[in-house]
Every structure is written in structure tokens, then in C-alpha cells.
Write a protein that binds this ligand. Sequence first.
Ligand code: NAD
Ligand code: IPM
Ligand code: MN
Length: 376
Amino acid sequence: MQRQPHSLADATVPPFWYLLPVTTKKRIAIIPGDGIGREVIPVAVKVIEATGAPVELSEFDWGAERYLKDGVTVPPDGFTMLGRDFDAILVGAFGDPRVKTNIHAKEILLGMRFKMDLYANVRPVRLLDASLCPLKGVDPKDIDFVAVRENTEGVYTDAGGVFKQGTPDEIATQEDINTRKGVERIIRYAFEYCERHKKQDGSPRRKVLMCDKSNAMTHAGGLWQRVFHEVSREYPQITAEHMYVDALCMQMVRDPRQFDVIVTNNMFGDIITDLAAGLQGGLGMAASGNIHPGKTSMFEPVHGSAPTIAGKNMANPFGAILTAAMMLGHLGLSGEAEKIEAAVLAAVREKRTTVDVGGPLGTREAGEWVNKKLAS
Ligand code: NAD
Ligand code: IPM
Ligand code: MN
């Protein structure tokens, strides 16, 4: 018996289009911010577009310029809107010499981290080429670790106050807030990260090192120590280590090969990741993600707005481009992310970079080279 061709109305046989893959576009909010953020983010956006990734991008003008114009840092319900309407946020940097109080940076950047509860600030430290590292005789594959920085507590909560201001008896306090919940979730995040992520050479990650200053800051340090000990017992296959932050800084420049996953508080995480950026070729090369698993997360290069080089087409866009790749990977677009990383690696190897990392190109030209590589 010959089968009759089915009609679209035939409910028992699915129509052909039923089998086509459904592509849902990832919705990404773009906030370039201030200074070089306004140069490197447009370049990173062009790179995202050059991969053909299924994304829908919407730009927001939050930053110093807007603040100086109408006094608005974050529009009403801004964070609710970001969490509701977007899958991820790509941010440049905040900081403008005209805004002395830095209030807009505090309200926008720290606002996103705190109010959207983006508790894990993940900063991968990867040396792409030996020529970028100030250390002698380093093999690029030896510098491949990640700093997991607590992102919602510590001294960054800005608890404290100033009393008797302007008098000889003036007192300033800055509280270091550490909650068991906050400490536990960031330490667990670091162990989970260690378990789920491989190194660039494909070998497994094996160690989590907790960094604190518990020899001097005994109350907060004691909590970190106890929680680290408890959580590490749940991961017997992962080596748990500890280092005081001062010793860690020394070790990071003496022998960075020893590090795998580092977990630490907000302040120490800020400091050690600028140091670690130095190992990768400087702030222009470093990427980061501000993550709460399952929620809209925010991605930003580690560097700031670099006012002295802003507007000169000098800023290195690779930190922002690698941040965009990190964001795409987080959104499940790992093919696109890997292509971007490979193109940046090629640019570094062929010295098609900005001046800070030894090349002859401007910000836009370095981005264009990456895009040509992606197209080839
Ligand atoms: P910065 O990161 O802006 O600059 C530090 C140094 O690194 C400068 O010499 C700068 O020229 C250089 N640099 C940074 N990024 C570079 C790049 N992509 N290419 C080439 N060189 C680069 O830090 P800073 O000078 O301490 O701060 C400047 C402003 O940025 C301040 O207002 C600060 O608060 C703010 N800031 C913002 C963020 C953020 O929004 N995420 C981060 C850090 C600093
Ligand atoms: C960073 C920055 C911020 C921080 C500043 C701008 C508040 O230095 O993202 O590393 O200290 O977290
Ligand atoms: Mn910093």
C-alpha cells in the first residue's frame, strides 16, 4: 500500500518544520560605562557579532555622562529589569575624574554585584604567550589558574562610619562583614568550579586554595577557616590548601605554577587579581564574570576606565573580548567562545595587539584583526 503524503493538518504525523532546531536568541544587556569601557566594549560587541552567535543586544547609557546630565545612576527598577529581561550583562568600566565621589560606579557596578546577588567573581588567569609575562622562563601552560572572589560581602558592604569628622578626635570605621551563608557558598562554588572545569591543556583541576589573613583578622578569618575545613571534607578528591594573603602575593610572582583554584574574600580578591593580571600581560588582558548560578550574571574586564588613555584608541580590547567569550561560554555558546579565544591567541602570537602588550595596533584595529581571523 502506498502511503499518502501527509498534510500539515494531519495531527498524527508532525509537519517538517517541527523537526527544525529552535534557536532562542540570548538577550544581552550592554553597558559600556566610562573611559576606555566605551572603546573596548564596542569592539567586543563586534567580535560577538562576527561569530554569528544567536544574540540580541541592547545598549544602556548608565555611567558618568548620564549621571552628569540627569543625576541618574541606575534608573528605577533597573536591576529588576536586567534580571527579568536579560540572560547576561556585558559591562565596560566605571570611573570618571569629573565624578569625584565615584558614586555612579558604586551604585551601578557594586549595585549590580550586591543587589543582583552575583556572589562569585570568577577571574581566570591564563598566560597566552610567554612574551606577555614579566617572569623569566615561564611556559604559558604553567600559568592557568582561577581566582574565585567573594563578591557581596567583606569591607565592600561599606558598613561603618565617620565620627567627629574634621576634629582631632575623628574616627573612621570600615566593617568587614562575613556571613556563614556568604562564606560557605563562595567556598562551595570554588570546589564545584574545580570539579567541573579543566585546565586549558585538558588536564583536570585538583586543588582549591583558600587565602585569608586569619593570623591577624581572627574573627573573620576564623569563620573562613572553619567553613573551608567543613566544605573541603565534602570533596575528598580535591586537595584543600591554605595561604595567608601576604605569602600568596609573594608566591604568585615567585612560582605561579602552583596555583589552581584560589578562593578568597572580596578585598583580597580585588588585590590579588590585579597582581595576577600582571602575570598575563597586564590589566588589558584580564577577563571576569560576576556570577550567581541560574540568575542573570554580569561580565566585565578586570581593568577600570583608565582615564589617562581614554579616547586615544590605545586601550587593549582583549580583556573585554575574552570577557565576551567567557559570557558566551556561560550562556552555553561554547563553540563561539572557543573561536574567539583561539583568534585572540593567534593575535597575541602574531603580535597583532595594542602597544601595552607589544604590538603596533590601536584598539579598533586589534579588534578588526580578531574579526578577520574569525572570518578566515
Ligand atoms: P585602571 O584599570 O583603569 O588602570 C590601571 C593602569 O592600567 C593604567 O595605567 C591604565 O592605563 C592601564 N590599563 C587598564 N586597562 C587597560 C587596557 N585595557 N589597555 C591598556 N592599559 C590599560 O585602574 P585605575 O587607574 O586604578 O582606575 C581608573 C578608574 O577606573 C578609577 O575611577 C577606578 O575606580 C575605576 N575602576 C573601575 C573598575 C570597574 O569598573 N570594573 C575597575 C577598576 C578601576
Ligand atoms: C574591580 C574594581 C572594583 C572593585 C572597583 C571599581 C570598585 O577594582 O572590579 O576589581 O574593587 O571591585
Ligand atoms: Mn580591582
